[in-house]
Design a protein around this ligand. Structure first.
Ligand code: HXC
Length: 259
């Protein structure tokens, strides 16, 4: 499939890396880029086990939504632009497979929001996070007020959003915005090693674990526990559960078939 703003690498170990590539604007997201990202997500091959999202080039993951496109919007235009990004990011969040953000530089505004829609964030030391929208006369509009509060708690989310300040990678790690920080030259290798570790496990288990965590988060304690129990029970319908346990008891490496 052809893309103008995405560079896609399909590895034969079930890992796909997609890089947002808009060199003239540090990979800012305009509506064409967002629509392309949606088409890419909708057409992801079922053999893909882990998706990695990164930014093209050494300087920026995504420097935000495209300010030149937003400048002249009215309320109706703002509504549809916000809804487009929020919808695409939600598709990423609920994908059946894990999505890892390899944050290789600026992750500002919509870029921070894109990273937060992923399951796991690994950042390079030069990564810079932030929600600078209040300085532009708007607020985060691709679900950032919600997801940042969920990830780092309301106190940090409010401070970061009200001040619009930049959060360096070491602070992002301290407040739980990212899972790890590594030197930039090690970023993709680190992410790929994590992805390979995930692909060694039973794909259906990983999928049910993701669904249980995501869907359970919005429920009461009792509801979340009951939901986990349902997904746990469903695992026993799979060949991979028999294989995983048989392999353990036979002291051999499991060979999962995603059945
Ligand atoms: C449009 C952008 C852009 C953006 C950078 N560029 N970010 N264009 N939208 N978000 C463009 C610049 O205009 C410039 O174009 C080129 O990219 C290189 O950027 P520079 O500013 O020259 O680079 P540098 O000095 O290194 O500064 C990097 C930077 C800065 C700190 C990341 O570019 C910056 O502050 N960008 C804006 C970040 C931001 O506010 N993001 C949030 C957007 S609001 P020219 O043509 O001059 O070379 C948002 C809302 C989401 O994301 C929700 C919407 C519903």
């Amino acid at each position: 499939m052809d893309y103008n703003f995405l560079k896609v690498e399909n590895h034969d170990n079930g890992i796909t890396v997609v890089a947002i590539s808009v060199p003239q604007s540090l990979n800012a997201l305009n509506s064409k880029v967002l629509s392309e990202l949606e088409r890419f997500i909708d057409n992801l091959d079922i053999s893909v086990r882990v998706l990695v999202i990164t930014g093209d080039g050494p300087k920026s993951f995504v420097a935000g939504a495209d300010i030149s496109e937003m400048k002249d919007l009215n309320e109706k235009g703002g509504l549809s632009f916000g809804q487009l990004g929020a919808m695409v990011f939600r598709k990423i969040e609920v994908l059946d497979i894990p999505v890892i953000a390899a944050v290789n530089g600026y992750a500002l505004g919509g870029g921070c929001e894109l990273a937060m829609a992923c399951d796991i964030r690994i950042a390079s030391e030069n990564a810079r996070f932030g929600q600078p929208e209040t300085g532009l006369g708007i607020i985060p509009g691709f679900s950032g007020t919600y997801r940042l509060s969920k990830l780092v708690g309301q106190a940090f989310a409010k401070e970061i959003i009200y001040t619009g300040r930049t959060v360096k990678s070491d602070e992002a790690l301290k407040i739980g915005l990212v899972n790890a920080v590594v030197p930039q030259e090690e970023l993709l290798n680190t992410v790929m090693a994590m992805a390979v570790k995930i692909t060694a496990n039973a794909p259906i288990s990983v999928k049910y674990a993701k669904k249980s965590i995501n869907e359970g988060y919005d429920l009461s304690t009792a509801g979340a526990i009951a939901l986990e129990n349902e997904y746990f029970a469903k695992c026993f319908n799979t060949k991979d559960q028999k294989e995983g346990m048989d392999a353990f008891l036979s002291k051999r490496k499991a060979s999962f078939t995603n059945e």
